[in-house]
Design a protein around this ligand. Structure first.
Ligand code: AR6
Length: 171
């Protein structure tokens, strides 16, 4: 069976999938952007579990429960802060997506939704970020056959258009 990879324009906290990904920071403490929205929707138990994880390095990902979210799990990924593009940002961003899918597969998660990691507060340009995201997800999925569905969840129609365009291009 082939995996479904698609982009949508939505609030990720409303999605009924096995796991949603959080665009977190290295401390894993609640922040703004999608992180703030996820913590608000999940409730205070989420921050309590995050505090026990001892942080997370940029490019890596850690799993918690989803608490009051429709999603059963949250995978907290730490994207790079954009510093102009010559500081391994693309390697670190690709690593985030790959690590989330590896953590998902290791925990029996078959359906997962990603926000556009690093493209808000961390300032990563959307077109570069979307390309790194799609390339990394496609490469990782080849090695992780248990993942059935990957949703790239955009928050703005303009970001959605960028993802749609890239997904439509020949692989
Ligand atoms: N659903 C889907 N996407 C969303 C939502 C939502 N409810 N809200 C925002 N976005 P950002 P970063 C999009 O800033 O750049 C936090 O403080 C948003 O439009 O959330 O990785 C963390 O704790 C953008 O496209 O994450 C870190 O300190 C994307 O989510 C820092 O921000 C990511 O924007 C991480 O910054």
């Amino acid at each position: 069976m082939s995996v479904s990879l698609k982009a949508i324009c939505s609030d990720i906290t409303t999605l009924t999938v096995d796991a949603i990904v959080n665009a977190a920071n290295e401390s894993l403490l609640p922040g703004g952007g999608v992180c703030g929205a996820i913590h608000r929707a999940a409730g205070p138990e989420l921050a309590r579990e995050c505090r026990l994880l001892g942080g997370c390095q940029t490019g890596d990902a850690k799993l918690t429960k989803g608490y009051r979210l429709p999603a059963r799990y949250v995978i907290h990924a730490v994207g790079p802060v954009w510093k102009g593009g010559n500081d391994r940002e693309s390697v670190q961003l690709a690593s985030c997506y790959r690590r989330c899918l590896e953590v998902a597969a290791a925990n029996g998660i078959e359906t997962i939704a990603f926000p556009s990691i690093s493209t808000g507060i961390y300032g990563y340009p959307i077109d570069f970020a979307a390309k790194a995201a799609i390339d990394s997800v496609r490469a990782a999925l080849k090695k992780l056959p248990s993942i059935r569905e990957v949703t790239l969840c955009c928050f703005s129609p303009s970001d959605f258009a960028v993802y749609q365009q890239l997904l439509a291009e020949v692989r």
